[in-house]
Design a protein around this ligand. Structure first.
Ligand code: ADP
Ligand code: MG
Length: 482
C-alpha cells in the first residue's frame, strides 16, 4: 500500500440525508467533521436520528444522499467489514452460547488470523477492559457491567481507527454507569483512537466529550465543546436540553439592554433594538437579594435541598424563576433577584409563527385537517371569481387550475389552545416537543397528517400526549403561495 499521510480529520459527513422507504426523513443535511483521536458525542432525545447516523458511519445503512469520508476517502458505500470502524451496540449483542474468549475472538477468526495471534490479541483486549484471565468464563456468569466490557473488548480487539458506541451504558444502573463513564474516558485516552459516542443523557455528554453534537428531529442544532454548548446555547432547544435553565420571551430595548420578566436588564449581546428574543438564564446565575435591591421582585414558592445547593423557585408575577444557591431561602419570603449581564444569554427567537401549507380541493376548499377549515380562495386572488359549478376564473376570465394552487395558513402559537376532548378541536396530534418559557409552555404538536404546529399554552401537558387543537377561524390568515 502507498504510504499515505493521514489527515487531521478522520471522518467527515457531508450533506448526509437518510429517508426511509416509508418517506420518513430521520437524518437531514447532516454536516460534521471529526478530528483524529477526538471523543465526539451525539446527544439528543430518543428518535432524533443518532443511531441512524451511526449505522451509516459503520456501513450498516446507506445514506439517501450525501457523503461520508474517512481520511479524506469516500467510504459512503464501502461494506462494514472493509471499514476500520467497530461498533459497541445499545444491547451488547454477545453470543450467549460462546465463552468470553470465543466472543472476543469472533471477528479475528472470521479474518482467519493465526491462532497464536488471536490468543495474544484477545488477552490484550481483555486487559484493556480489566477482565484479564476471564477467557473461559460463560457470558451468563457476568454482571451487566462486565458484559459491557466484553462488548467493548470485542470491538477494540480489531484495532479499529474509530469506535462507535451507541448508548452503551443504557442498561446499567446509575452507580455502575458513572464508573463505566470514567473507565471509557480512560480507555479513550489509553487507546488514542477516535470515539463516537451516542447518548440521550446530557450529563454524560458534558462529562465525557471533547465535542458534542446536539441533535433534534434529524438535524444538528449545535456543535461545540461542552463548555460552549452549556454557556452559549444557540437556540431554545439546546438551552432547554442541556442543563437546567430559565428561558423567557423578551425584547431588546436598547444597546445591550433587554426586557423580560417585566424588568430591564443589562446584557452583553448587542442586538438591534426591538428584536424579539429568548433570554436564557442558568439557575446558578440568578442571585437572591433583598426585595429593594432586586431587579425583579418575587416570592419564594419552593425550596429543595440538592446536596450541594438549594434549588429555589421564585414566582414574579406570572413568571417562574429557578434559582440555585448555596444559601437557603424561606418559603413564602419576599425576595429580590439580580442577574449580571454575563449571566444572560440572548437568542434571537426563531419566528414562532405557524405557516402551514395546504393543497386545494376540487371544490376550492382546503385539504388540510380533514377539510375542516374553509377558505374562500377566490378572495385571495385579485380579480378572481367563482363562475358556478366549482369553476374559478381569473381577472381575464381564464379558468384557474386548483391543482397548482397552494394556500398558506398563518396562525400565531398563542391563538391555538389544546384540549383532551377529541371533538373540540379541528386537528389532533401528539406533543413531540415541550419547552418551558417562564410564564408558558411552548409545544410542538405533530398532527395526524404530519404537520408540526407550535402552540403556546400556560398549562403543562406531557410529551407524547394526544391533544386536540382548537384554532379559532378568525385567527387564521390565508394567503396564496406564489
Ligand atoms: P435515536 O437513535 O436518536 O433514538 P433513530 O436513529 O433510531 O433515533 O431513529 C430516528 C427516527 O427514524 C425514529 O423516528 C425512528 O422511528 C425512525 N426510523 C428508524 N429506522 C427506521 C426504518 N427502518 N424505517 C422507518 N423509520 C425508521
Ligand atoms: Mg438509538
Amino acid at each position: 500500500m502507498e504510504n499515505k499521510i493521514k489527515s487531521e480529520n478522520i471522518l467527515e459527513f457531508k450533506n448526509l440525508y437518510r429517508t426511509f422507504e416509508d418517506g420518513f426523513t430521520a437524518v437531514e443535511d447532516f454536516n460534521l467533521t471529526i478530528k483524529r483521536g477526538e471523543f465526539v458525542t451525539f446527544l439528543g432525545p430518543s428518535g432524533c436520528g443518532k443511531t441512524t447516523t451511526l449505522r451509516m458511519a459503520a456501513g450498516f445503512d446507506l445514506p439517501t444522499s450525501g457523503k461520508i469520508l474517512l481520511n479524506g476517502m469516500d467510504i459512503t458505500k464501502l461494506p462494514p467489514n472493509e471499514r476500520p470502524i467497530n461498533t459497541v451496540f445499545q444491547r451488547y449483542a454477545l453470543f450467549p452460547h460462546l465463552n468470553i474468549y470465543d466472543n472476543v475472538a469472533f471477528g479475528l477468526k472470521l479474518k482467519k488470523l493465526p491462532k497464536e495471534q488471536i490468543i495474544k490479541k484477545v488477552k490484550k483486549a481483555l486487559e484493556m477492559v480489566d477482565l484479564e484471565g476471564f477467557e473461559s468464563r460463560k457470558i451468563q456468569t457476568l454482571s451487566g457491567g462486565q458484559q459491557q466490557r466484553i462488548a467493548i473488548a470485542r470491538a477494540i480487539v480489531n484495532e479499529p481507527e474509530i469506535l462507535l458506541l451507541d448508548e452503551p451504558l443504557g442498561a446499567l444502573d446509575l452507580k455502575m454507569r458513572k464508573e463505566m463513564q470514567l473507565e471509557l474516558k480512560n480507555m479513550h485516552e489509553r487507546l488514542g483512537i477516535t470515539f463516537i459516542y451516542v447518548t440521550h443523557d446530557q450529563e454524560e455528554a458534558l462529562t465525557m466529550s471533547d465535542k458534542i453534537v446536539v441533535m433534534s428531529e434529524g438535524k444538528i442544532q449545535q456543535t461545540g465543546a461542552p463548555e460552549d454548548i452549556y454557556n452559549e446555547p444557540k437556540n431554545a432547544f439546546v438551552a432547554d436540553f442541556i442543563g437546567d435553565s430559565n428561558i423567557f420571551n423578551g425584547i431588546m430595548t436598547g444597546r445591550c439592554q433587554v426586557r423580560f420578566c417585566g424588568a430591564e436588564f443589562q446584557c452583553v449581546d448587542d442586538i438591534e433594538h426591538g428584536t424579539m428574543i429568548d433570554a436564557v438564564v442558568r439557575p446558578e446565575d440568578v442571585i437572591i437579594t433583598s426585595p429593594e435591591k432586586g431587579i425583579i421582585r418575587g416570592r419564594v414558592t419552593n425550596v429543595i435541598f440538592k446536596g450541594v445547593h438549594y434549588e429555589i423557585t421564585v414566582m414574579s408575577g406570572k413568571n417562574e424563576i429557578i434559582v440555585q444557591s448555596t444559601k437557603k431561602a424561606e418559603q413564602g419570603a419576599e425576595v429580590g433577584l439580580i442577574v449580571e449581564p454575563e449571566g444572560i444569554h440572548i437568542m434571537v427567537s426563531e419566528t414562532a409563527i405557524n405557516k402551514i401549507e395546504s393543497s386545494v380541493s376540487q371544490s376550492y376548499g382546503l385539504l388540510i385537517f380533514d377539510g375542516s377549515i374553509e377558505c374562500d380562495i377566490a378572495s385571495l386572488i385579485p380579480g378572481a371569481k367563482m363562475t358556478g359549478d366549482n369553476i374559478m376564473t381569473d381577472a381575464h376570465g381564464n379558468e384557474l387550475d386548483y391543482d397548482k394552487m397552494k394556500v398558506i395558513l398563518t396562525i400565531s402559537p398563542k391563538d391555538i389552545s389544546m384540549s383532551d376532548d377529541e371533538k373540540e378541536g379541528i386537528a389532533k396530534g401528539h406533543i413531540i416537543n415541550l419547552i418551558y418559557k417562564g410564564d408558558h409552555y411552548s409545544y410542538v404538536v405533530r398532527t395526524d397528517d404530519e404537520t408540526d404546529i407550535i402552540v403556546d399554552d400556560e398549562y403543562l401537558w406531557n410529551m407524547g400526549d394526544y391533544v386536540s387543537l382548537i384554532i379559532p377561524r378568525d385567527k387564521i390568515s390565508f394567503s396564496l403561495k406564489k
